[in-house]
Design a protein around this ligand. Structure first.
Ligand code: THU
Length: 143
């Protein structure tokens, strides 16, 4: 399975990567990116079968920019919460975009077991794109 595959679902996992890409492109078309002029859209399949999405939203105070993944996790929470099974992010050309470091951490928080991401190298797991991650498990009381 590559980033160029169409609408057919992944036979192994049931993930329709084509539908996720289409949702990411749709989200990207809502981007507010007057400063960078770099529109981003992200979409994800939730463990219970919803598609959630988001676009980047910039600010005149540049450092306050919200990445597309910020809007996506907000959409996740606002539409019932849960966990992310599969993730797809695109630039203005519809090309696969790797989530930035901070957003890998955002996604890690809401990962379903074996969550997958479409990357420039093909499908990768969350653990592959953010190895040895800090997460909620590190906040538990020491035994
Ligand atoms: N951006 C995202 O929305 N997600 C990422 O993972 C990488 C970067 C946005 C932030 C900013 O609006 C623009 O891309 C250029 O950095």
């Amino acid at each position: 399975m590559t980033a160029d595959d169409g609408g057919a679902g992944d036979q192994r996992t049931g993930v329709d990567w084509g539908a996720l890409k289409a949702a990411a492109v749709h989200a990207m078309n809502n981007a507010y990116a007057p400063y960078s002029k770099f529109a981003v859209g992200a979409a994800a399949l939730t463990a219970d079968g919803r598609i959630v999405s988001g676009c980047n939203v910039e600010n005149a105070s540049y450092g306050l920019t919200l990445c597309a993944e910020c809007a996506l996790v907000g959409d996740l929470q606002m539409t019932g919460g849960g966990l992310l099974r599969a993730f797809y992010c695109v630039d203005a050309g519809g090309n696969v975009l790797m989530p930035c470091g901070r957003c890998r951490q955002l996604l890690y928080e809401f990962r379903a077991p074996d969550m997958e991401l479409m990357t420039t190298q093909g499908i990768r797991t969350m653990d592959q794109v953010l190895p040895d991650a800090f997460g909620p498990q590190h906040l538990e009381e020491p035994q």
